[in-house]
Structure formats: C-alpha cells, structure tokens
Design a binder for this molecule. Structure first.
Ligand SMILES: [Zn+2]
Length: 80
C-alpha cells in the first residue's frame, strides 16, 4: 500500500499523512481530527505550523471561504 501524501496548508510541504494533523471545518469552527474520522471538508497541517497558518490565513484558503473561522478550539488542542 502506498503511503498517502498530503500537503500542509501552511508551509505547503508534502508529507506522509501521519506527520500531519487532519483538521476539519464544522460550521464556522476549525477542529482537530486526531482519528481522521470526522466528516466534513478536511485539510492537513503540521502541528508546528499553526502560527504560520494563522498569520497567513491558511485556514480560510484551505476551506475556501472569506468568512472568519474560529480556530480557538484547535489552538487550545495544540497547546496541550
Ligand atoms: Zn507545515
């Protein structure tokens, strides 16, 4: 089985998906999807790239929206 490769939304580096955190947009919230089982549009992010993603508005780009997305829960999750 080939290993799935995904791109980090912040730094764009292509990576074995196990190196990245899957995130999903549910409503206006961006949530971590640790088990990669949540429904909804997914995107992928290095845990260490969160601040870069925040600065570059990578979440809006990844989820193709101009709306403000809440990333508070994701931020809290990554702090722990
Ligand atoms: Zn990255």
């Amino acid at each position: 089985m080939p290993i799935p490769i995904r791109s980090c939304i912040a730094c764009r580096k292509r990576e074995n998906f196990s190196e990245l955190l899957r995130i999903v947009r549910i409503g206006n919230q961006v949530l971590p999807d640790e088990d990669r089982e949540k429904f909804g549009r997914g995107a992928w992010l290095h845990r260490t790239c969160f601040d870069v993603a925040k600065d570059r508005r990578s979440f809006q780009r990844a989820f193709r929206t101009d709306e403000n997305l809440s990333i508070d829960l994701l931020e809290k999750y990554l702090e722990n």
